[in-house]
Design a protein around this ligand. Structure first.
Ligand code: GLY
Length: 442
């Protein structure tokens, strides 16, 4: 029997378009609050409220007005504002962690200390400093390359790594000093060399259900060049692994996320919702780079189209502590985002783009809207995503690529996402680090 439940979705990006689609597919009556009218969500929603996602009082007001029975929180910023706590205090169960539990993403020192205290595998050496001279002497004594991170949310822009955004540990000290002067504190970590991958899980605070692995492409330009963005696209494989992630390393990464959920329970800060592990696969195994307290964007668009289990069922299991199974089709996916020219540093805004939705549908690609208004005006961030789903990576990439010509305007995208050469490059990077493995097929 088809359920009809009033579900509130907070957020209006590509990730939320995919979440909204999956909820409606499972019978939800959808209500959305976001700061712009996403054309994809506007079509799916029965009600649409325009408000900043961080204006949690306004979100609550709309939720009560609409008689919402369940809420799904897309982005991290409202989690930091305690949106889940507020909704639940008012009788609306919500998929997402409490403000305290969201600290796994919103306070990097909290996350690292938790890993240390509960001896979670995949942790790395870190220190938090408030004093500039202590920080400088520690980095000097440490001697190896470091990573400098602000403690709070920075929209992916604050982390700097020696050898990438920072030339050497001297530049790291200067940047860390800047952060201490601005924020009062800074996190310094050892640098881990390897290749990054994403593992996302559903959890009700006890049970942890993994989703297929995905690989994000954070750099703006082809060949992994240019500034870091929210992610220009991503791919996943039919066996739910990645070519350069052997099964035993996948198991280790899953163990890390299971241990994290268990630690959060023991810590008195139980975690429910989606937990996203950004891992670096090093020669020794997977190491946590960051936790996120929500789906990845674009990675949500890899996994949600593959869900065989209803997302509404999963959401209900998350909020009432009875999470069951979550099954995914054994297919490859490739997501390609089109972003405004100049993104992320000086994006074109306010111009319109043309999207031939019928031709995209005929191409077999899925289409998700993000930072674009209902009148197709670019708002300055990643605007439209196309997704290919197929039996092989090559076919999925071809489907995504075939949809691109039907989106016209001042946009750019990365052709290399999910292509064989870029996958090979990651395999070679792992081999170059001395890791012996047989690449998985994709
Ligand atoms: N794709 C990275 C993120 O969602 O944070």
């Amino acid at each position: 029997m088809v359920k009809l439940m009033k579900v509130l979705l907070v957020g209006g990006g590509g990730r939320e378009n995919a979440i909204g689609e999956a909820l409606v597919r499972d019978g939800a009556e959808l209500y959305v609050v976001s700061k712009h009218r996403n054309p994809g969500l506007a079509r799916l929603a029965k009600g649409y409220g325009m408000a900043r996602e961080t204006d949690v009082e306004k979100v609550l007001e709309l939720a009560l007005e609409w008689g919402i029975e369940l809420a799904f929180i897309g982005p991290e910023a409202p989690l930091e504002r305690g949106i889940v706590d507020l909704l639940e205090e008012n009788g609306i169960p919500a998929v997402g962690p409490s403000r305290e539990a969201a600290q796994l993403e919103t306070d990097k020192a909290f996350a690292r200390s938790l890993m240390e205290e509960y001896e979670i595998p995949g942790r790395k050496l870190f220190r938090v400093f408030e004093d500039v001279s202590e920080m400088c002497s520690w980095i000097d004594d440490f001697g190896r390359p470091v990573v400098v991170k602000p403690l709070g949310l920075t929209g992916g822009k604050g982390v700097k790594v020696v050898g990438y955004q920072l030339r050497d540990n001297e530049e790291a000290k200067a940047y860390a000093e800047e952060l201490i002067r601005k924020d009062g504190k800074v996190l310094i970590e050892e640098r881990t060399d390897g290749v990054e991958f994403t593992l996302q899980v559903f959890t009700d605070g006890k049970r942890v259900i993994p989703m297929p692995l995905a690989q994000d492409y954070p750099h703006a330009y082809e060949g992994d060049e240019g500034p870091i963005t929210g992610g220009m696209g991503s791919y996943s494989c039919p066996n739910h692994l990645l070519p350069f992630v052997p099964r035993e390393d996948y198991e280790k990464a899953l163990k890390t996320l299971k241990a994290t959920v268990e630690a959060m329970r023991k810590n008195g800060t139980p975690y429910k919702g989606i937990l996203y592990g950004q891992f670096m696969l090093s020669r020794e195994g997977p190491v946590i780079i960051e936790y996120n307290a929500r789906f990845g964007d674009p990675e949500a668009m890899n996994v949600l189209p593959l869900l065989k289990t209803g997302l509404l069922d999963i959401a209900e299991g998350i909020v009432d502590g009875s999470l069951g199974k979550a099954e995914f089709e054994k297919k490859a996916t490739v997501v390609k985002y089109l972003a405004p020219r100049g993104y992320p540093l000086s994006p074109v805004k306010g111009v319109t783009v043309e999207v031939d939705e019928k031709a995209i549908e005929d191409s077999g690609a899925k289409l998700y809207y993000a930072s674009i208004d209902e009148d197709f005006t670019l708002l300055g961030s990643r605007a439209v995503a196309v997704v290919g789903v197929a039996d092989t990576l090559e076919e999925a990439e071809g489907i995504a690529e075939s949809a691109i010509p039907y989106i016209k305007g001042e946009l750019f995208y990365r052709r290399d996402i999910g292509r064989r050469e870029s996958v090979e490059k990651r395999i070679m990077m792992m081999k170059g680090l001395g890791k012996e493995f047989e690449p998985n097929s994709c």
